[in-house]
Design a protein around this ligand. Structure first.
Ligand SMILES: C[S@@+](CC[C@H](N)C(=O)[O-])C[C@H]1O[C@@H](n2cnc3c(N)ncnc32)[C@H](O)[C@@H]1O
Length: 216
C-alpha cells in the first residue's frame, strides 16, 4: 500500500516550531493564497473590521494582512505557546491592533471568548491538523455561530485533490466534502476560490491546498 500523504507535528516543542517556521517561509504560490484571502477581506468586510485567525502559527498570513489592511484589528488563536511567541515577535509593530490567545480549537471555548465580534475568520494550513472531517466540522460550526450574517470564513487548507488514487491523512479531504460540511454548519454561500500546487501522482505534504470561502 502507498504511503499516506500527511505529516505529524510537535508544535508544542519550541525547537520544532522554530524549525517548521524556517522551513515554511511563504513561497510565491502561498503568497498567492494570502492575496486571495486579502482580496476577499478588502471587498467584503468593514475597513475597521475584526479578523480572527485560527492556528496563526508564525503569523505569516497575519503579517501580510495587517500590513495591507491598516484599520483592521486582529486576533490570533493557537494552542502552541512557542508559535504564539513567534507570532508576537513577528507582529510586534502591529501590537496595538493585535490580540494573541492560547486555545485548543477543539477543546476550548475560543469562539465565545473572542475580544470583539469578528467580521471574518481566516486560517491557512491548520485545520487539517485537527485530525479529520468530524473535527473540521466542529470548528466550521463554531465559526458559523461566531460570525454575524454576511461574515466570512476563509480556510486555505490542505485537501485531497480530486483524481488522486493515493491515501491521504484523514484531515486532508476533498473540496466537495468541505463545501458540504460548511453548508451543514449553516453557511449560506460556499465556494472554492482555487487549488494551489496541485499534484495528483506524487504529492508531498505541502502540495494541494485550496481556499474555501463560506459566507454566514
Ligand atoms: C501547519 S501550522 C500552520 C501555521 C500557519 N497558519 C501558517 O499557515 O503558516 C498549524 C498551526 O495550527 C496550530 N494548531 C494545530 N492544531 C491546533 C488546535 N487543536 N488548536 C489550536 N491550534 C492548533 C499549530 O500549533 C500550528 O501553529
Amino acid at each position: 500500500m502507498s504511503e499516506v500523504v500527511g505529516a505529524t507535528h510537535q508544535f508544542h516543542d519550541a525547537e520544532y516550531a522554530e524549525d517548521w517556521s524556517q522551513r515554511f517561509t511563504p513561497t510565491p504560490e502561498r503568497l498567492h493564497l494570502f492575496e486571495t484571502i486579502l482580496q476577499q477581506l478588502q471587498s467584503a468586510i468593514p475597513a475597521d473590521g475584526h479578523v480572527v485567525e485560527l492556528g496563526i502559527g508564525p503569523a505569516y498570513l497575519a503579517e501580510y494582512l495587517l500590513a495591507r489592511l491598516p484599520s483592521i484589528s486582529y486576533e490570533g488563536v493557537d494552542f502552541s505557546q512557542p508559535m504564539l511567541g513567534q507570532a508576537a515577535s513577528r507582529l510586534d509593530r502591529f501590537a496595538a491592533r493585535l490580540q494573541l490567545k492560547q486555545a485548543d480549537l477543539l477543546l476550548d471555548r475560543w469562539s465565545s471568548d473572542l475580544s470583539r465580534p469578528p467580521a471574518a475568520i481566516v486560517s491557512t494550513w491548520a485545520l487539517h491538523d485537527l485530525g479529520g472531517q468530524a473535527q473540521t466540522a466542529q470548528v466550521y460550526q463554531a465559526c458559523a455561530s461566531a460570525l454575524p450574517r454576511g461574515g466570512l470564513l476563509l480556510n486555505g487548507d490542505f485537501v485531497r485533490p480530486d483524481g488522486t488514487l493515493l491515501p491521504f491523512e484523514p484531515g486532508r479531504f476533498e473540496v466537495g466534502r468541505h463545501l458540504e460540511l460548511l453548508q451543514r454548519a449553516g453557511f449560506s454561500q460556499v465556494s472554492s476560490l482555487g487549488l494551489w500546487e496541485k499534484e495528483i501522482e506524487a504529492p508531498t505534504a505541502s502540495h494541494n491546498y485550496a481556499c474555501l470561502l463560506a459566507i454566514a
